[in-house]
Design a protein around this ligand. Structure first.
Ligand code: URA
Length: 243
């Protein structure tokens, strides 16, 4: 079976499982909240398997995410904030979660922190459209509180699928939440900065979250050092060997 066939089959499977579950719910067989729980568990498992298989395109992943209600955040948010940028980006920035501006506009990093991120991207010689930007969470936590473990767990397959679809050459984790969840570590951000880590074979650099830099402008110098490291590695990984 070709890769395209596998992708279609996977997307179709997710669609069919979802409509089956919706039909069951309409008939009052509420497997999500009630018993028996097996069909909901099976659907979640098969959806997760499809997402983690790395066979879906960004568009297909967005379709599977839908008007997500997989965790409690859906009750407070305006809309899902999926990601923005080039689906073929060599560099992906991963932040924490949408804030108020992102929740209103449906695009990550468009508020004050986002404007700083745009300047950081431009400082390494790139345009916002050349990279891809997304978050650990796709829904805004109320009052921008820290993401909770169940919310991160519900969103994680989507972030993994996004990274598998894009296959970037480099990843930059913005802040402690992104770093901890991508690297599965409890090591503090201060100890993770300044060197590349490995995310599934992709070099990953950790730097300060732009919102933190707005509150702590003294750290901008350190962030600039991180960006220089990122730029050097980006150029090394993307430059074609001269003939
Ligand atoms: N902070 C984040 O982590 N992500 C956004 O999209 C905006 C602010």
């Amino acid at each position: 079976m070709s890769r395209k066939d596998v992708r279609h089959e996977a997307a179709d499977l997710v669609k069919r499982t979802r409509s089956l579950l919706e039909a069951q719910q309409q008939l009052g067989l509420d497997f999500v909240r009630g018993t028996p729980e097996a069909p909901a568990r099976d659907e979640a498992r098969s959806e997760r398997e499809v997402l983690l298989s790395g066979t879906l395109s960004l568009e297909e992943i967005r379709q599977v995410l839908g008007d997500c209600k997989r965790c409690k955040l859906h009750a407070h948010r305006t809309q899902v904030v999926f990601g923005v940028g080039s689906p073929k980006a060599d560099l992906v920035f991963v932040g924490e979660a949408p804030g108020a501006d992102e929740d209103a506009q449906g695009e990550p990093f468009v508020g004050r922190a986002g404007q700083l991120l745009t300047r950081m991207i431009e400082a390494i010689g790139l345009k916002r459209e050349q990279v891809y930007i997304c978050n650990v969470l796709k829904s805004r936590p109320p009052n921008n509180r820290t993401p909770e473990p169940d919310e991160i767990a519900a969103c994680e397959p989507f972030l993994i699928a996004q990274l598998k679809a894009i296959k970037p050459k480099l990843i930059c984790a913005l802040g402690a939440i992104a770093a901890a969840n991508l690297l599965k570590t409890k090591v503090p951000l201060s100890k993770l900065r300044g060197k590349f880590h490995d995310y599934q074979g992709i070099p990953l650099l950790v730097t300060y979250h732009p919102a933190y830099l707005l509150r702590n402008p003294n750290e901008k110098k350190s962030a600039w050092q991180d960006l220089q490291l990122l730029q050097k590695e980006y150029l090394r990984l993307t430059s074609r060997p001269s003939r």
